[in-house]
Write a new protein. Structure first.
Length: 502
């Protein structure tokens, strides 16, 4: 029987568990010196170690350990004085070793937490998500299934394997069970992943591009009858790759579980795959228990025992916590709640701040990034941060507007030119011959031509019908090739026709 989300909440209590995999942005892989450049030609970033050829031995990447410790500290974890790697045995065609080097019973970071805040019916409310562990491992390769309609192995004619990603440093952040979220479980899941992404970006340890797979969330969900105290069977939705999809996946699984339970059926413990087009999940494979992986200590790697002094030095380098930074910037810039939310959702807070630090007015900076530049990014179907325009470029444009050398309309042409690869703001202005027409004599001459071409409209304005001025202003702007200040044109036009603003 089809249920609404309200039906689910009326009868069941959800419990969450979130596992987030983060690819670190080290220059080399976890256990070898191969490069980690995203998008390189298939199988060009491999060596005997990451291909698991006989006799090749792994060596731990120190930078990866440093990044993992910084993540643990930022998540309020304890850093273990002793941890070690293990072999996790299972078959994946894109895993060269047929096992994954990971950490099992002795992870490097344990017992942390992240506080997130969401809007509820009762106003803003904070939820604490407790972290069970943060551990290091290596990523797998990538399979490409050719032929068929879905791009998946079922129905494909053949598969290709790219081992460039195999061995890239991966950190897994695992929460404890997250109870007592009630109807806000989907929003809490989304807010947690968003906060985690901001923390990791601030640390500089990953580019956290979910669309490229450098941050992936596995969302575990179970339902219990309200008040029963019995933990339900969980399902795990794998590799969810956007914040919106995390929220949709949790909500969809809650409804699916409830429909099964209402029909007297059992929820299977299994992995599932989220489908972006429908918002539903489909079955993957039965979920293994730890014993199924036959973990045992990795014999080719020594334990990790970070020096306490080194840990404290890393703690001293941690940046301002994202939630604190957002509140500080909101107060400093006097930003309305909705605009702050828009900047966060558009992922432009960092570049707006960088623009402001270069001397731009905060309002002007965020207007350009959220307005014209965001529009161009949407047209090109790319992230704003992937456009070839930097905070310094926008700061230059804002400065030119403030000095009167550009109008907003002309500035849009300059922005377009910068993104089009025509150079800096000054170079675009020079190449395109852009300049503001602000000479009163030139503007009056253009106004007279407009009035002569539209005498009836000019007469309406003389008789006090000011809305008619728009057509004349448009004609002047066309005459000056858009290089006049429309506000100044309006002022001169009304004065020429014996009128003033009401």
């Amino acid at each position: 029987m089809a249920l609404t989300y309200d039906d689910v909440i009326a009868k069941y209590e959800p419990t969450l568990g979130l596992e987030v995999h983060v690819e670190l942005n080290t220059n080399s892989k976890m256990f070898c010196s191969c490069a980690t450049t995203f998008g390189a030609e298939p199988n060009t970033q491999t060596c005997p170690v990451c291909l698991a050829l006989p006799g090749a031995l792994p060596v731990v990447n120190e930078k990866a350990i440093e990044s993992t410790i910084k993540i643990g500290l930022a998540l309020n974890c304890s850093i273990a004085p002793f941890s070690r790697f293990a072999r996790k045995n299972y078959f994946y065609p894109d895993m060269p070793k047929n096992f994954q080097i990971s950490q099992y019973d002795e992870p490097i970071c344990i017992d942390g937490y992240v506080d997130v805040e969401i809007d509820t019916d009762e106003g803003p409310k904070q939820f604490r998500v407790e972290i069970e562990r943060v551990h290091m491992e290596e990523d797998t390769g990538k399979s490409l299934h050719v032929g068929g309609a879905t791009g998946r192995i079922h129905g494909a004619e053949y598969s290709l394997l790219d081992y460039n990603r195999a061995g890239i440093p991966l950190v897994e952040i695992v929460t404890k069970m997250v109870p007592n979220t009630g109807k806000y479980a989907p929003e809490v899941a989304r807010a947690y992943v968003a906060e985690l992404r901001d923390i990791l970006r601030g640390l500089g340890v990953s580019d956290v591009k979910m669309e490229q797979g450098s941050l992936r969330c596995d969302a575990n969900v179970s339902l219990s009858p309200n008040g029963s105290g019995i933990l339900g069977t969980r399902s795990e939705t794998k590799n969810v790759n956007s914040l919106r999809s995390v929220e949709r996946a949790v909500r969809g699984e809650m409804i699916r579980h409830a429909e099964l339970l209402n029909d007297g059926k059992k929820v299977k413990q299994e992995t599932r795959h989220f489908q972006e087009d429908t918002g539903l999940t489909r079955s993957g494979r039965s979920k293994e228990q730890a014993e199924d992986y036959r973990y045992f200590p990795e014999p080719d790697l020594i334990p990790v025992a970070p020096d306490a002094g080194w840990i404290e030095k890393l703690r001293a380098t941690l940046p301002e916590r994202p939630s604190i930074r957002r509140k500080r910037l909101k107060d400093e810039w006097a930003v309305p709640d909705k605009e702050m939310e828009a900047m966060i959702n558009a992922d432009v807070l960092d570049i707006v701040e960088a623009t402001v630090l270069l001397g731009s007015d905060p309002t002007k900076a965020r207007t350009w990034w959220l307005g014209e530049i965001s529009r161009i990014a949407n047209e090109k179907e790319v992230a704003i941060t992937d456009l070839p325009i930097k905070p310094g470029d926008v700061a230059d444009v804002v400065s030119l507007i403030a000095s009167g050398e550009l109008t907003d309309k002309l500035a849009r042409q300059v922005i377009e030119g910068i993104i089009g690869g025509e150079g800096t703001a000054a170079e675009v202005v020079s190449k395109r011959g852009i300049k503001v027409v602000d000479n009163d004599g030139e503007l009056i001459a253009a106004i007279e031509r407009a009035c002569a071409a539209q005498p009836e409209t000019a007469e309406k304005v003389r008789n006090g019908h000011l809305p008619a001025a728009g057509a004349l202003i448009g004609a002047v702007m066309k005459d000056t090739k858009g290089q006049a200040d429309a506000a100044k044109v309006r002022e001169l036009l009304l004065g020429h026709l014996g009128q003033t603003e009401a």
